[in-house]
Design a protein around this ligand. Structure first.
Ligand code: NAD
Ligand code: LMR
Length: 339
């Protein structure tokens, strides 16, 4: 038996490794019964890299879990009651914690208008995560992302467990949208349209860099820029008071989780756009910035800089940086004043 084990080929060893890594991938969703939480949990249940799914919400977690648990994929699904012990159990042992908990926009609101409600929701969930899953990758979806990510960082710092490589603001939806909108204009397959989007996740902080794409002629296309920067508003308006993007966001969030799992299981060259603790503009007092990030077993492996931009894009970037600084500071001040 030992000889047979020794005789495992490299490929078989890799398979054995990835199977055991897969076996350990617990993913937790906080806000699992919401508009994003439900389809996100569904997509995670369909992902063979996920072995255990923990679904927590202040209402409805067990119901969503019971429903999803009937899907015939191998992962186990557990719903948790909204008690401190339920939350702790949902978080314990998680490799990835996705946070779509919080209120969405209604027409006429900015993402920043959600701050007063969502800041304390994210703060409290971050406290629980810092206590029960200090080593997990934390993926923040709740808006305003430019402020909620710094809130999580401040809480983890206060608890002495902050690891900047494992905290991510989910901005994938901006890139998903940019790729789709460009493909509609150019009549191409969106799979071939990799558009770099940097900055943050709200209005002018969302900066697409078309000069770096295969369609540099799109720089200066005001309608396209408007759609990428304010794509969220399109959905808010169309839903007419019933919330904001949920299904496309679930897809974007599930893609990001899948990328992290692939990277954790040894795949190289996995790159996603995300809002992270970044060195790129720290000299300007901006501690978080979204750019292309290579993921690895330890979370952030490499942060790519924004690359070459033209004068028009530089103006957009300058506007983004000014807003970002305020948004980040708002999150930091909130935790200082409301620890
Ligand atoms: P929703 O109201 O449909 O769902 C939110 C869920 O969070 C609800 O089920 C609610 O019960 C739950 N919740 C509230 N407080 C909680 C707490 N303390 N603990 C656990 N669960 C709690 O909203 P939604 O449409 O799913 O949107 C959720 C958030 O995601 C919003 O803030 C929205 O702005 C944001 N969002 C972000 C992106 C992005 O790109 N990052 C995209 C779309 C939406
Ligand atoms: C989005 O981009 O769709 C989300 O941030 C939700 C919103 O409020 O627009």
């Amino acid at each position: 038996m030992f000889a047979a084990r020794r005789a495992l080929t490299g490929a078989a060893q890799r398979r054995a490794f990835s199977a055991s890594a897969r076996d350990m991938s617990k993913v937790t969703v906080l806000g699992a019964a919401g508009g994003i939480g439900q389809p996100l949990s569904l997509l995670l249940k369909l992902n063979p890299r996920v072995s255990e799914l923990a679904l927590y919400d202040i209402r409805g977690g067990p119901g969503v879990a019971a429903d999803i648990s009937h899907i015939n994929t191998k992962s186990t699904v557990t719903g948790y009651d909204p008690t401190p012990s339920g939350l702790a159990a949902a978080l314990k042992g998680a490799e990835i914690v996705l946070i779509p908990a919080g209120v969405p926009r209604k027409p006429g609101m900015t993402r920043d208008d959600l701050f007063n409600t969502n800041a304390s929701i994210v703060r409290d969930l971050a406290k629980a995560a810092a206590e029960s899953a200090p080593d997990a990758n934390i993926l923040v979806i709740s808006n305003p992302v430019n402020s909620t990510v710094p809130i999580v960082a401040e809480i983890f710092k206060a608890k002495g467990v902050y690891n900047p490589k494992r905290l991510f603001g989910v901005t994938s939806l901006d890139v998903v949208r940019a790729s789709r909108f460009v493909s509609e204009i150019k009549k191409t397959d969106p799979v071939d349209e990799n558009i770099t989007v940097v900055g943050g996740h709200s209005g002018v902080t969302i900066v697409p860099l078309f000069s770096q794409s295969s369609h540099p002629d799109l720089v200066g296309n005001a309608d396209l820029l408007q759609r990428v920067q304010f794509g969220g508003d399109e959905v808010v308006k169309a839903k007419d008071g019933a919330g904001s993007a949920t299904l496309s966001m679930a897809m974007a969030g599930a893609r990001f989780a899948e990328s992290l799992l692939k990277a954790a299981q040894g795949q190289k060259g996995v790159v996603e756009p995300t809002f992270v603790d970044s060195p790129l503009y720290k000299d300007q007092g901006i501690d978080f910035f979204a750019s292309r990030v290579e993921l690895g077993p330890n979370g952030v492996e490499k942060i790519f800089d924004v690359g070459k931009v033209n004068a028009e894009e530089q103006k957009l970037l300058d506007a983004a940086l000014a807003d970002l600084k305020k948004n980040i500071n708002k999150g930091v001040v909130f935790v200082a004043e409301n620890p």
